[in-house]
Design a protein around this ligand. Structure first.
Ligand code: BES
Ligand code: MN
Ligand code: ZN
Length: 520
């Protein structure tokens, strides 16, 4: 979709639909909404007076301006005091007190989807929140573009002919209209950032949605190489012999049940002058399909385990964004990629594996495989002497029990790293909540009778058990773990997160890395 910024009046915008907003409780619309209300002869005021439109968050109403008096009125000009567009979409912002940047994402998505579903191909909108909302124009424009692009996302590359409904309904152009020409450069800057972050997120969504017969570990590595060369990242992929030479026994143990060769993907973003910086290292779990292995999962819903590489996709998406945004901070992305399959050469419960750093792990469940591949990735990360280390993984069903489908679990060995993730999460609207990793409370849950640790402690504190194992491999590096098992896949639509893969973590990780630059 094209996104352009125009210094103009919304009423004059030539588009199939224009979008206006209203705060809840406002009786007399002002600003752009007031101007269009006047042009429509008070139609918006009447919607408010009748109580048919209250401005509740994400409420919508559509108005149809009278046809211009002169049929040949030049495009882009309203007829006498009228509105040039065919439709006016009004969207509710909720109350002024509760207004946030995230609500800009939401209402932008709600309005864009409404317009698309009505069949509009072009849309003109004001920047929600940049007026009485009180947001900086750049921040508001970024959120507007993020919300619009993320809300309009669809995965249709695997249909042989377009879905009947979808085919005709495609927004092709989004025009952002601002009357104050002084604000335009800031809005343009926000649009560029919003676009990069949204497209990096939809890139991750595409990878997570791709089924496992297409997105094998090798296909993921190929996608990493391709995106790296497009945006200017260094990329190296370690093949099984190199992985073996590094003695990554935990990662290889998971991979040995599969006929697909494991791939260890290494990405580097090192903008000019940052080559000597201690990097931020991001690790993402990429199990391209998790059957559970010999500890096989029940068949209901197993198809969804094609997204067990969502952590890896989030790292890849974030690295893409960091490169395109020229974030002045050296960053490494590590993505161990494999399938977890049952077979005659798969690992068994009871087996003991030795990770790259020499620590041994007793396998209680072959389904607790994510922590095994990340153990070696975290051990490998030490060679970079990281300033900070973060891993992202669809690690446990238990985190869904604890926090549900809207919030990721975060745990770590370093308050500063966890705090930076929390701050980033507030900026991006991707919610995280900390769980404790206290040794005196939890160390014994992964204690093994025969090895250094075991990979499962059973039901109690299941999300924390995963974190406790990873902590043993992060050692003294400032580290945090983000468990995205509950948030990587949405089973219902919400404004800017359509049903399906969410791309959770891309914007969060990009904002997290940016926190190390001293720039917003
Ligand atoms: N990939 C799963 C976690 C998961 C579950 C992600 C549901 C998304 C939705 C992970 O590999 C797994 O199977 N974890 C086990 C760990 C257990 C055996 C200790 C789990 O959560 O059951
Ligand atoms: Mn598993
Ligand atoms: Zn898994």
């Amino acid at each position: 979709m094209d996104v352009i910024v125009q210094a103009a009046r919304l009423a004059d915008a030539a588009a199939d639909a224009v979008v206006l907003n209203l705060f809840e409780g406002v009786k007399q619309p002002g600003g752009a909404t007031g101007a269009v209300d006047a042009a429509l002869g008070g139609a918006i005021s009447r919607l408010i007076d009748t109580g048919d439109f209250t401005g509740k968050l994400n409420q919508t109403a559509v108005l149809y301006p009278a046809a211009p008096a002169t049929p040949a009125a030049p495009v882009g000009r309203s007829a006498e005091g009228g509105v040039a567009a065919q439709r006016v979409v009004l969207v509710g912002l909720g109350t002024h007190e509760e207004f946030t940047t995230d609500r800009v994402r939401q209402v932008a998505a709600t309005a864009a989807r409404k317009a698309r579903d009505l069949g509009a191909r072009s849309l003109a909108t004001i920047v929600h929140g940049a007026g009485i909302g009180g947001l900086a124009p750049r921040e508001a424009a970024q959120a507007l573009v993020e919300g619009s692009l993320l809300g309009l996302y669809r995965f249709d590359r695997l249909r042989s002919s377009p879905d009947d409904d979808d085919a005709a309904k495609r927004l092709e152009r989004l025009t952002i209209v601002e009357l104050d020409t002084q604000k335009v450069p800031e809005i343009e800057a926000g649009v560029t950032r919003g676009r990069i972050l949204a497209e990096s997120t939809t890139f991750a969504r595409d990878l997570s949605t791709e089924p496992a017969n297409r997105l094998t570990p090798r296909a993921l590595a190929e996608a990493a190489r391709t995106v790296a060369s497009e945006v200017g990242l260094r990329c190296e992929v370690l093949e099984p012999p190199q992985i073996a030479a590094l003695e990554m026994g935990a990662f290889m143990g998971v991979a040995q049940g599969s006929d697909e060769p494991a791939q260890f993907i290494i990405l580097e973003h090192a903008p000019e002058g940052t080559d000597d910086q201690p990097p931020v290292v991001l690790c993402g779990k990429a199990v391209t399909f998790d059957t559970g292995g010999i500890s096989i999962k029940p068949h209901e819903g197993m198809w969804q385990m094609k997204d067990d590489m969502a952590g890896g996709a989030a790292v890849l998406g974030a690295m893409r964004a960091l490169a395109l945004l020229h974030v002045p901070r050296r960053t490494i992305g590590l993505i161990p990629a494999t399938e977890n399959m049952p077979s005659g050469h798969a690992i068994r419960p009871g087996d003991v594996l030795r990770a790259m750093d020499g620590q041994t792990i007793e396998i209680i469940s072959t389904d607790a495989e994510g922590r095994l591949i990340l153990a070696d990735a975290l051990a490998f990360a030490h060679r970079y002497r990281p300033a900070a280390l973060v891993d992202v993984a669809t690690l446990t069903g238990a985190v869904v029990t604890a926090l549900g489908h809207g919030v990721a679990g975060v745990m770590g060995n370093d308050e500063d790293v966890v705090d930076r993730l929390r701050t980033a999460a507030r900026q991006t609207g991707e919610k995280v909540w900390e769980l404790p990793l206290w040794d005196d409370a939890y160390k014994r849950i992964i204690k093994s009778d025969i090895a250094d640790m075991k990979n499962s402690g059973g039901r109690p504190a299941g999300a924390i058990a995963g974190g406790m194992l990873l902590k043993r491999f992060a050692k003294d590096v400032p580290w945090a773990h983000v468990d995205i098992a509950g948030v990587s896949w949405a089973d219902h639509d919400s404004p800017y997160t359509p049903k399906g893969a969410t791309g959770f973590g891309v914007r969060l990780l990009a904002a997290f890395v940016a926190s190390y630059t001293g720039q917003p």
